[in-house]
Design a protein. Structure first.
Length: 199
C-alpha cells in the first residue's frame, strides 16, 4: 500500500524540481510500493504507468468524479486555453536550464491532462494549469531501507488566488478517500504487471 510521507521526504532530496519551481507549495507526498525494484528501474516504472494510463483504467467512482470535474470546468470556463499554460501562467518549460531542455518538453502526456516538463533517470515532472491552480506531479525513484527502490509522488501546487485555495481545500477529502486509494491500486498493479504491460 502507499504511504503518506512528511514534506521533508521531498524537500531534503536533491531533485531538480526545487530549482525550477521554488514558488510552488507541497500539497502531498506519497510513496508507492515497487517490490524488487532496483536503481535503474525508473524508466520501466514510467513505461508501466503509461501502459496503464488513462482515466478509463480507474474504478467507476473515480471516472465519475473526473467526469463531473471536466463537466464543471467546461460549464464554468475553468479549462479554457486562456486559463491554462501560456494563457494565465507560464509553462515550467520556460524555466528549464539548458541541461534539462528536452525534445519532449511541452508535449501532452497521453491519456492525461498533463504536459511533460522533463524526465531524468530518477525523476520526472509533468504539469497542468487551469483557472483553479497550476499543478505539478513530480515522480521520483528513491532507495528504501531494504536496499530496493520505490516510487515517490509529490503534488506541487500554486493555487489561483482565494478561489484556487478554496477549490483545493474542497477536493482534499475526495483525494484522500477516493482518488489516492484508486491511484495506489493502479500504480502498484502497473509495477506488478509491468512485463505484460510493456512487453
Amino acid at each position: 500500500m502507499s504511504t503518506r510521507l512528511p514534506d521533508t521526504e521531498h524537500t531534503t532530496r536533491p531533485w531538480r524540481i526545487h530549482e525550477i519551481a521554488p514558488d510552488f507549495r507541497i500539497e502531498d507526498v506519497w510513496a508507492y510500493r515497487t517490490p524488487g525494484a532496483g536503481p535503474d528501474d525508473f524508466p520501466a516504472m514510467l513505461d508501466a504507468l503509461r501502459a496503464f494510463g488513462g482515466l478509463d483504467e480507474n474504478p467507476p467512482v473515480v471516472r465519475f468524479l473526473f467526469a463531473v470535474r471536466w463537466k464543471l470546468g467546461a460549464l464554468l470556463g475553468w479549462d479554457k486555453p486562456a486559463e491554462g499554460l501560456v494563457g494565465r501562467v507560464e509553462t515550467l518549460c520556460d524555466r528549464l536550464p539548458r541541461d534539462l531542455r528536452q525534445e519532449a518538453a511541452g508535449e501532452a502526456v497521453p491519456n492525461t491532462p498533463f504536459t511533460m516538463v522533463y524526465e531524468l533517470h530518477d525523476e520526472c515532472a509533468i504539469e497542468l494549469a487551469n483557472k483553479t491552480a497550476h499543478d505539478i506531479c513530480h515522480l521520483g525513484w528513491v532507495p528504501t531501507d531494504d536496499g530496493e527502490y520505490e516510487l515517490r509522488m509529490a503534488a506541487l501546487v500554486k493555487p489561483n488566488g482565494l478561489f484556487g485555495r478554496l477549490y483545493m481545500a474542497a477536493i482534499k477529502p475526495l483525494r484522500y478517500l477516493i482518488v489516492y486509494p484508486a491511484l495506489t491500486r493502479k500504480w502498484e498493479r502497473a509495477w506488478r504487471d509491468r512485463n505484460g504491460a510493456v512487453g
